[in-house]
Design a protein around this ligand. Structure first.
Ligand code: 5GP
Ligand code: MG
Ligand code: MG
Length: 177
């Protein structure tokens, strides 16, 4: 019989520790500045909420929703801005936050879009990175954990319509019994 089993890759405690380190690094590197954090919905809402509470700077938080053409788990090459940020970012230091960098297509589209608004600086931060899947070149300035080519869920990342609320990151595996 075929069953599924969830294998935990990163526990709540491991995630918390890494997010705290990232927050500290960002705080040090932007010392004395005010930043605009742009959180990409929906996947990054949990990570962004944790990360901004580890950043000891003046932080303005805004959100952006994108959709990639195509469906399912794959990006299809073009990114549509479904909901844009409302903050005026011209001359501001902007940090784009996402859950995971996979093909890079989403982040590339977001960076190209935000660059047109003439920020003073534009950097990226994703909690997870799957470099083996990259299709387009994207600068990744801050990253939590590098993983192999696995479809992961939890900590904001969806498994179908669910699992975004789970505090750990896991892989659903099928096993023969
Ligand atoms: P990219 O455009 O870099 O291919 O994909 C980025 C987006 O695809 C992420 O923000 C996320 O929404 C989704 N994604 C990529 N890999 C995974 C994964 O392993 N699990 C889940 N749940 N979503 C993923
Ligand atoms: Mg996403
Ligand atoms: Mg998704």
């Amino acid at each position: 019989m075929t069953k599924t089993r969830d294998r935990i890759l990163f526990s709540r405690e491991q995630i918390q520790a890494r997010v705290a380190e990232l927050g500290k690094q960002i705080t040090e590197e932007y010392a004395g500045k005010e930043i605009v954090v742009v959180s990409l919905l929906r996947g990054s809402f949990v990570f962004a909420a944790d990360l901004v509470r580890e950043i000891d700077l003046q932080v303005n938080v805004d959100f952006m929703t994108t959709s990639s053409y195509g469906h399912g788990e794959e990006s299809a090459g073009r990114v549509e801005i479904v909901h844009d940020i409302r903050t005026e970012i011209e001359g501001k230091d902007v940090l784009v936050v996402d859950d995971i960098l996979d093909t890079g297509i989403t982040m590339r589209g977001v960076l190209d879009h935000l660059q047109q608004k003439r920020p003073a600086s534009l950097k990226t931060c994703t909690f997870l990175d799957k470099p083996s899947r990259r299709q387009v070149d994207v600068p990744l300035d801050y990253t939590g954990i590098t993983i192999e080519d696995l479809f992961v869920a939890g900590y904001g990342l969806n498994l179908g319509d669910y699992a975004r609320n789970l505090p750990y990151i896991f892989v659903r595996e099928t096993v023969e019994e």
